[in-house]
Design a protein around this ligand. Structure first.
Ligand SMILES: Cc1ncc(COP(=O)(O)O)c(C=O)c1O
Length: 342
């Protein structure tokens, strides 16, 4: 099977498996796991922040960040197409007593800074005070699109000028930095906290990291414990994470190249509409014309022909390129699609 459903399907590399087998471990709730400590130090340094915290998932990374930034009864500002709003089971409301205040994401995943400025609450006993602005880069539902440093900085400027911190759901922030050809540290410079995933394009089996100021990470650590995410000898996971962070973050250009190459050919297939401007990183989203049939149909037909893809809407398919997909897989997928479309 060629699996293009997500980059989360990547299997750990041979080097990761060896590092996992040999990892030195300790009890991380006591902060005594040397491999986790090393991953956290490396992550903080790479992102240019004071401290870092290893968490089991991106969802938990975002949730502990939101809980560490906000108090019960506050609002978080975020995109109406964001992962935190769409796919994280309402965790900020359930666990934090927070209100989601959504603002429109444009087709590139950007939020208009003027809308952010207008949405930040003024002091008034009727309002739930604004506690946080949450951004996403790359933007998953927009199709892996990238916010530039200037766009992030402008949103940070607006929020910070009103005393509001800014968190980045950077599940794929290394893809964004690769696309922009700047060090990730520079891209996230003005953000107060970032969550990034080791287990997506970076191919680790498990794990994400949250970075920010020391005091914030201290709070996030308590929230992680509260949510049941205090792990013990998880250095076996962090060992793979170190390879993800240091080595696999350097190869994402290859996935982007595959995605571009695929998108350009797919756009020529009858029944498929691809907005090539949104194909910036490793994700290709394609809309199906009325005549071409539904996404569910295509998912089933492709599966029967050895290709797994995701449906991102009733007439929208999603193809994600990653470490376990090579050029031959790409060509095979295109030829299967061409034969089914014809
Ligand atoms: C943008 C974004 N944020 C957060 C997550 C959540 O990560 P996890 O599946 O590790 O909880 C994902 C997962 O696909 C994602 O795409």
């Amino acid at each position: 099977m060629i699996d293009l459903r997500s980059d989360t399907v990547t299997k750990p590399t041979e080097a990761m498996r060896q590092a996992m087998a040999q990892a030195e471990v300790g009890d991380d709730v006591y902060q005594e796991d040397p491999t986790i400590n090393r991953l956290q130090e490396l992550a903080a340094e790479t992102m240019g922040k004071e401290a870092a915290l290893f968490v089991p998932t991106g969802t938990m990374g975002n949730l502990v960040s939101v809980l560490a930034h906000c108090e019960r009864g506050q609002e978080i500002l975020l995109g109406d197409n964001s992962h935190v709003f769409y796919y994280e089971a309402g965790g900020a409301s359930v666990a934090g007593g927070l209100v989601y205040h959504t603002l429109p994401n444009d087709r590139m995943g950007m939020i208009d800074p003027n809308l952010v400025a207008a949405a930040i609450r003024t002091p008034d006993i009727h309002f739930a005070p604004t506690g946080l602005l949450c951004l996403e880069n790359t933007h998953n539902r927009a199709g892996g699109t990238v916010l530039s440093k200037a766009q992030i900085d402008e949103l940070c400027r607006v929020a910070h000028s009103r005393g509001i911190p800014v968190h980045l759901d950077g599940a794929r922030v290394f893809n964004a930095a690769t696309y922009l050809e700047i060090p990730v540290k520079q891209l996230v410079e003005n953000l107060d906290s970032v969550q990034f995933c080791l287990s997506k394009g970076l191919a680790a089996p498990v794990g994400s990291v949250v970075v920010g100021r020391k005091e914030f990470i201290g709070k996030a650590r308590r929230m992680r414990k509260m949510l049941g995410g205090g792990m013990r000898q998880a250095g076996v996971l962090a060992a793979a994470g170190i390879i993800a962070l240091t080595e696999m973050s350097q190869r994402l250009e290859e996935d982007h190249y595959h995605a571009h190459r695929f998108a350009e050919s797919l756009a020529l297939v009858d029944g498929f509409e691809v907005d090539l401007e949104t194909v910036q990183t490793n994700i290709v989203a394609a809309n199906l014309t009325e005549k071409a049939g539904t996404a569910a149909d295509w998912v089933a037909r492709l599966k029967a022909n050895g290709v797994l893809v995701g449906a991102a809407g009733p007439r929208r398919l999603r193809f994600v390129f990653h470490n376990d997909v090579d050029r031959a897989d790409l060509e095979k997928t295109l030829s299967v699609i061409a034969s089914l479309a014809g």
